[in-house]
Design a protein around this ligand. Structure first.
Ligand SMILES: C[S@@+](CC[C@H](N)C(=O)[O-])C[C@H]1O[C@@H](n2cnc3c(N)ncnc32)[C@H](O)[C@@H]1O
Length: 295
């Protein structure tokens, strides 16, 4: 028997993606790719791995990052006398994993977190809210995350710098159907309220919240030519649901799903056509690290 998914009460239902089985697979599949692009490690090098005993993953989705971190830390830095705490938060439980030794709860990160989680975590992690949160709200989220941290605890947040995906290696690509599709998709998201530069917004929010040692490292997919085919597929896999979503929103009450699906197919064909000429659409993921002051 399946139970209906629950969602935390929210005033801002901005999420541009689905939470069905296709999206669950997409999130789990892209995890390894993102880790490889962002330096190959689940934790940024500024974070002392042997000092991490309690971890919160906010907007956890399928919990893939949390599950992998648990496996990694528990095998590389076992703490038999002090079991680690792993907790995933998300506004919806639709993708929470069933069989995992971690706890999960419903939480809208635009709202304050319950006090029982305050001062509890050595590490608060967030990844990929670019299509979930309006640009104006990142500051509020960082302010809501700060109370979760122990003194000296870390925030690590990986997100897309969408604007960077509009830059090509050679201007000859700029007017191709594939790049026109990218411009359309990114401009449509920005018009709906998304930020083209989420890592910058998160870092500014961290400074405003009084977190210290704020740094942002950018990792461009173009540094990994061996992953070019994966990068191409990653872009296409995200283009389909995002394009559909922005078109549905823009059409509003008059949306005709059949017509929109045909338009999405045409965009996908345009990207594939330009891929066939040799284009790889590259862009950057920013990793923001910030620290709670020690007392
Ligand atoms: C693109 S998924 C990323 C999931 C996961 N962080 C990862 O990297 O695989 C974005 C997640 O943000 C969640 N989300 C959207 N709006 C949220 C909000 N206001 N508060 C908490 N979670 C939210 C969605 O439900 C979804 O699980």
């Amino acid at each position: 028997m399946t139970t209906a998914a629950a969602q935390a009460a929210t005033e801002d239902n901005y999420y541009l993606l689905e939470r069905d089985s296709v999206e669950t697979k997409r999130l789990d599949n892209q995890h390894e790719f993102i880790v490889r692009i962002c330096g190959g490690s689940l934790l940024h090098k500024a974070i002392p791995q042997d000092k991490i005993f309690s971890v919160a993953d906010v907007a956890t989705g399928t919990g893939i990052w949390l599950r992998e971190l648990k496996q990694y830390l528990d095998s590389t830095h076992p703490t038999p006398t002090q079991p680690r705490v792993y907790h995933g938060f998300d506004i919806s439980d639709a993708q929470f994993p069933a069989d995992v030794n971690a706890s999960f709860s419903l939480q809208d990160c635009l709202k304050p977190f319950p006090v029982e989680h305050h001062g509890r975590y050595d590490l608060v992690h967030v990844r990929l809210l670019v299509a979930a949160i309006k640009g104006a709200n990142f500051k509020l989220i960082v302010a809501n995350l700060k109370p979760l941290l122990k003194p000296g605890g870390y925030l690590q947040w990986e997100d897309l710098d969408m604007g960077s995906f509009l830059t090509t290696s050679d201007p000859k690509w700029d007017s191709t159907p594939g790049m026109q599709t990218m411009h359309y998709l990114i401009n449509a998201q920005v018009a709906l309220g998304s930020s083209a530069h989420v890592p910058e917004a998160v870092a500014a929010g961290a400074r405003d919240a009084g977190l210290v040692q704020v740094q942002t490292d950018y990792y461009n997919t173009n540094a990994h030519p061996e992953l070019d085919e994966t990068t191409r597929q990653w872009i296409l896999n995200a283009t389909v649901p995002l394009m559909r979503s922005v078109k549905m929103r823009n059409a509003g009450a008059t949306a005709n799903e059949e017509v929109i699906d045909k338009e999405v197919e045409a965009h996908v064909a345009a990207v594939k056509e330009t891929y066939a000429q040799g284009l790889v659409i590259h862009g950057a993921i920013g990793v923001v690290i910030a620290k709670m002051p020690e007392q």
